[in-house]
Write a protein that binds this ligand. Structure first.
Ligand code: ADP
Length: 562
């Protein structure tokens, strides 16, 4: 049996652990799912950023995309004077010059070194006449761009397999080296001056908005940033001030616009926000379910503990009662045996044996009555026999029967009985048990001087009050004293015998008869137990001439037993 109890708890604990494990796994996968979603959304945005930079790169190359088709030998042969430039090259240059992205186009042969000697003659494309013309008037950025390309190509040209190579000088110019791949020599340099205003405001800015949307609600903010000057050239969210702390990702341009890059901040887009909301909702539900489960477990644990302790007390009670029943029985049977075999003939001893048998049988009866009370209060559907009862009359009869008990315990009884209380409908044997228990307790828990006051009164209900001046009940225990088997655990209570059943019987029987019971008590001063019964419709107020017993008994107070 013991085993089963432990196995039950082990299984319960295993079950709970499994549920907790499942919940933790659930939470983990919910988080992983959400993270995945965030991650894939971020990855998608990163791909978009890269795609954007590639598109910008293509945009630069588009006007010169057919340069590779030229016969570089022929081009070289045509570069004897600006007006002699190969017609195929002129066609391409003409198209490029119509592109607003480039403001000027220059041509330089490898022999000319404007980077070293700014002011050397180079050829400048004249769109109005569709020809190149020699010039010494050009911007420093032109000689810088040509110089950078020349240096790079000197290092590259021997291993280079293609016939064109594009090199950018930051955001200022784009130079295309025309290469004779067979002889591994540069034929000419074509420099395109970049119109930055057009590039930023008419191309990159609008393209940013078109690709990434505007405002924060798209889940990404992109800044086109000149990092050398720490200047924002264009942004998708003008309302958000740029700050390096907000930047989650930086995307550089491949091989071009070296001083510029894209800075991005990932914010929650509606998809992610919905996923986060669903995650939070799920977590709340899981947490609620867990709390419920743990609550149920704790509740089960405590109720099981309570039931166990109740069962233990019940077993103890049965053992004690059996033992207590045996004592008077042993006395009765010993005395009876002595009398029956005729050995006792002395009248004094005969009387003493008789008294013993009588007293012990009374003790036995009291015990059996108590047991019957317990059984009765435990039986929910027992048939009760309610009768119209006038409490003062009932008390008179009851106290008469109780006289010898009260006398034997030196009780000082004070009665304050209102004879006018209306009748109540109760089972009189229940009422007797209630009074027995309350009076027994008042006697038991009053070690110094047993003063008991019984009072009846009425307003909308009829009250019966039993008051003593005993040890009292500490406040913290008062809510438990009506529980089965509860006993106050202190030195004073320990001196008395009991099983903690009396008050639970009082409560059960009172409630069964439609009444309520309450206690008011203070340690060292005494206790007052009040039973209240409803006034029944058929109740009639009593108009007795001696309406208040208190007046009759007061002169005799304090009195021993009425
Ligand atoms: P028992 O008296 O057998 O212990 P009861 O159910 O009658 O069981 O009482 C429960 C507990 O309430 C007692 O153990 C005692 O501590 C306390 N109690 C009951 N009546 C009184 C009283 N009149 N004065 C002081 N304490 C009381």
């Amino acid at each position: 049996m013991k085993y089963y109890r432990y196995v039950r708890w082990i299984f319960l604990a295993l079950g709970l652990t499994a549920v907790i494990g499942l919940t933790v796994m659930n939470v983990y996968s919910l988080y992983a799912l959400h993270d995945n979603k965030v991650q894939s959304s971020v990855e998608k945005q990163k791909r978009q950023l890269m795609e954007y930079t590639n598109q910008v790169r293509s945009r630069f190359r588009y006007p010169v995309r057919t340069l590779w088709q030229l016969d570089m030998e022929e081009v070289k042969a045509s570069l004897t004077s600006p007006s002699n430039v190969h017609e195929d090259l002129i066609v391409i240059i003409e198209q490029a010059s119509s592109d607003s992205l480039f403001s000027d186009i220059y041509l330089s042969t490898p022999e000319c070194t404007p980077c070293e000697r700014h002011g050397d003659t180079i050829w400048h494309y004249q769109p109005e006449i569709g020809r190149f013309a020699a010039t010494t008037e050009y911007d420093q950025l032109v000689s810088d761009g040509l110089g950078i390309t020349r240096t790079r190509m000197n290092a590259l040209v021997q291993d280079y397999q293609w016939n064109t190579r594009v090199i950018f000088d930051t955001h200022n110019s784009m130079t295309v080296a025309l290469i004779n791949a067979l002889s591994r020599e540069v034929v000419a340099y074509l420099l395109f001056v970049i119109d930055q205003d057009f590039l930023v405001n008419s191309y990159m800015g609008p393209k940013l908005a078109e690709t990434f949307g505007t405002g924060e609600e798209t889940g990404i903010i992109v800044w086109l940033h000149d990092w050398t000057r720490n200047e924002v050239l264009s942004t998708t969210a003008p309302e958000v001030t740029y700050s390096y702390q907000n930047v989650d990702f930086i995307q550089n341009f491949p091989d071009l616009l070296n001083n510029w890059n894209l800075k991005a901040a990932f914010t929650a887009n509606p998809d992610i926000a919905a996923s986060r909301a669903s995650l939070t909702r799920n977590l709340f539900v899981l947490a609620g379910a867990m709390l419920l489960l743990i609550g149920a477990f704790v509740f089960m644990f405590f109720t099981a503990q309570r039931e166990r302790s109740l069962a233990q007390r019940q077993a103890l009670f049965l053992a004690n009662v059996t033992h207590e029943l045996k004592t008077p029985l042993a006395v009765i049977s010993a005395a009876g045996e002595n009398l029956s075999d005729g050995r006792v003939t002395d009248p004094v001893r005969l009387k003493s044996y008789g008294t013993h048998i009588f007293n012990e049988s009374l003790r036995l009866r009291t015990m059996i009555d108590r047991l019957l009370d317990v059984a009765r209060s435990n039986t929910k559907n027992v048939h009760i026999r309610k009768t119209q009862t006038h409490l003062p009359h009932f008390l008179q009869g009851y106290l008469k029967k109780k006289k010898s008990y009260l006398e034997s315990h030196d009780v000082i009884l004070h009665l304050d009985i209102d004879e006018k209380v209306p009748e109540i409908e109760v089972d009189q044997s229940d009422l007797q048990s209630i009074l027995d228990n309350l009076i027994d307790n008042a006697v038991k828990y009053s070690p110094d001087g047993k003063f008991i006051e019984i009072r009846t009164s009425s307003n909308d209900r009829v009250s019966l009050m039993v008051k003593d001046k005993g040890i009292g009940i500490p406040k913290e225990f008062q809510k438990y004293i009506f529980d089965k088997f509860f006993r106050v655990e202190d030195a004073l209570t320990a001196q008395t015998k009991g099983h903690g059943l009396g008050l639970s019987i009082v409560k059960d029987l009172t409630v069964r008869n439609g009444g309520t019971v309450s206690v008011s008590s203070s340690p060292g001063k005494g206790s007052v137990f009040t039973i209240r019964f409803p006034v029944t419709d058929s109740s009639v107020p009593h108009n007795d001439t001696s309406s208040h017993i208190q007046e009759q008994t007061k002169q005799q107070e304090p009195e021993h037993v009425p």
